[in-house]
Write a protein that binds this ligand. Structure first.
Ligand code: DGT
Ligand code: MG
Length: 240
């Protein structure tokens, strides 16, 4: 079974339904390995569903989905998921130390790798400032993290697995603009294809490819400047 990914993603007329209701309709786009894709669209437009199709957490109903020219059905699901990290819209931390929470799912990670992931996720300095550092307990008996701190911890957890494809589902919504900018710059430097679902255009305007979803369809795709010039709907949400 083929498994090694460089991280290129190609959707060809992919449709997806839930309980007989169409959720995504004929989605087509291509992104090269190592690039950044921004996804925006109103609530319920299908952003989370689109991300979930890539590691086969959801199964498409029609069309073809290729990773590096290989149809995802031809890959081993476990190996596929081992190379794709998703940061879910709802962050889940568990009772345990910061270090355990970041290393979760990758028990072979060394402490250096955990610190490196935390640095990339812009959360290392905060962790380092805690009295027990990476040994700080999280949860009922321990420290309570803010929304933005939880998001960054969750991103560190995804990065420690050194994914070829990183899927961020609204994972920067609680970050201040400065921290978000630094995070995106760091992600750009990794050899990893990054998908970022966001609520604001400002969060994704540097992306190589922006997908604008509306009721399960891509109504516009391209780079920011191109969309601003050619798409009235995009222009309007940018200026609203
Ligand atoms: P968000 O997170 O509120 O901005 O919305 P999206 O864009 O992430 O939307 P998504 O993919 O969660 O939902 C797309 C459509 O799928 C929407 O019409 C609701 C429907 N849907 C979502 N979850 C379920 C589910 O568990 N069961 C059923 N039947 N439909 C669902
Ligand atoms: Mg969603």
């Amino acid at each position: 079974l083929p498994s090694i990914l460089s991280g290129a993603v190609h959707f060809a007329d992919v449709s997806f339904e839930r309980e007989g209701n169409p959720v995504l309709n004929e989605i087509s786009f291509h992104v090269d390995a190592g690039k950044m894709v921004g996804i925006i669209g109103e609530t319920g437009s299908g952003k989370t569903s689109l991300l979930h199709l890539i590691p086969r957490l959801y199964e498409k109903n029609a069309g073809q989905l290729f990773l590096d020219e290989i149809e995802i059905e031809k890959m081993d699901v476990k190996s596929l998921r081992g190379q794709i990290s998703i940061v879910p819209q709802e962050v889940h931390l568990f009772s345990g130390t910061v270090r355990e929470n970041i290393g979760w799912g990758r028990e072979t990670a060394t402490f250096d790798e955990i610190i490196e992931a935390a640095r990339s996720a812009q959360i290392h300095e905060f962790i380092d400032s805690l009295p027990d550092g990476y040994d700080t307990e999280i949860g009922q008996k321990g420290i309570v993290f803010s929304g933005g701190q939880k998001q960054r911890l969750s991103i560190a957890r995804a990065l420690v697995r050194k994914p070829k494809i990183l899927l961020l589902d609204d994972s920067t919504s609680a970050l201040d603009a400065h921290t978000e900018k630094r995070l995106l710059e760091t992600l750009e430097g990794l050899s990893c294809t990054v998908f970022i679902v966001a609520q604001k255009i400002s969060s994704i305007q540097k992306a190589d490819l922006i997908l604008l979803l509306h009721q399960g369809e891509i109504v516009a795709q391209g780079a920011h400047e191109e969309l601003l010039q050619n798409n009235e709907y995009y222009y309007n949400i940018h200026h609203s």
